[in-house]
Design a protein around this ligand. Structure first.
Ligand SMILES: [Zn+2]
Length: 178
């Protein structure tokens, strides 16, 4: 009975998620990075146009998709722009998190010059305060958002309470699958 109820909630939430976002996440999870990049670029542009809180994440995912598609030159501007938006909005903890992750990913892909450039910029804009690197122990979330299909990282979601995270892509509440 409870399971059924939960499934119904998910179904309701899923209908509120824009199909283009689900399509973008689906393409990304299948490794169709070029397609995912095109969709995320569109989503990011619209979100930024209306000052949406998720615009930075969409730009970052667009950039990440371009880089993974092997077209780093097209992706770096999106990565920088996503991070710049976080800096403009003074979301420094997120900037620290996403910036560090972006730099690590670029290094892993052998894009050392691009990574170093972003690292230098990051250092110049971040205030000199200590940031929490190791996230507090959190429940394990499903690997993907049940509503929009985005990959979930427990160190990246906004926590609504001790057990409920908020998907950064669609805003749906997500809880540990058990
Ligand atoms: Zn979601």
């Amino acid at each position: 009975m409870r399971r059924m109820f939960r499934r119904q909630i998910r179904k309701t939430l899923a209908q509120e998620v824009p199909p283009i976002l689900q399509e973008a996440n689906f393409a990304f999870s299948k490794g169709e990075y070029g397609r995912a990049a095109e969709l995320f670029e569109q989503i990011a542009r619209v979100a930024e146009g209306r000052g949406g809180p998720r615009a930075p994440l969409f730009h970052l995912q667009a950039g990440r998709s371009r880089v993974l598609a092997g077209t780093a030159a097209l992706g770096i501007p999106s990565l920088k722009h996503g991070l710049e938006l976080l800096a403009q909005r003074r979301q420094f903890q997120r900037l620290h998190q996403f910036g560090t992750r972006t730099i690590n990913e670029l290094n892993e892909l052998g894009l050392m010059k691009e990574a170093a450039e972003i690292a230098a910029w990051l250092k110049s804009v971040l205030p000199q305060i200590p940031f929490a690197d190791a996230p507090a122990k959190r429940p394990v979330l499903p690997t993907h958002c049940p509503s929009c299909g985005a990959p979930l990282r427990s160190d990246e979601v906004e926590w609504l309470d001790g057990v409920t995270g908020e998907c950064g892509y669609c805003g749906s509440p997500v809880r540990e699958d058990n």
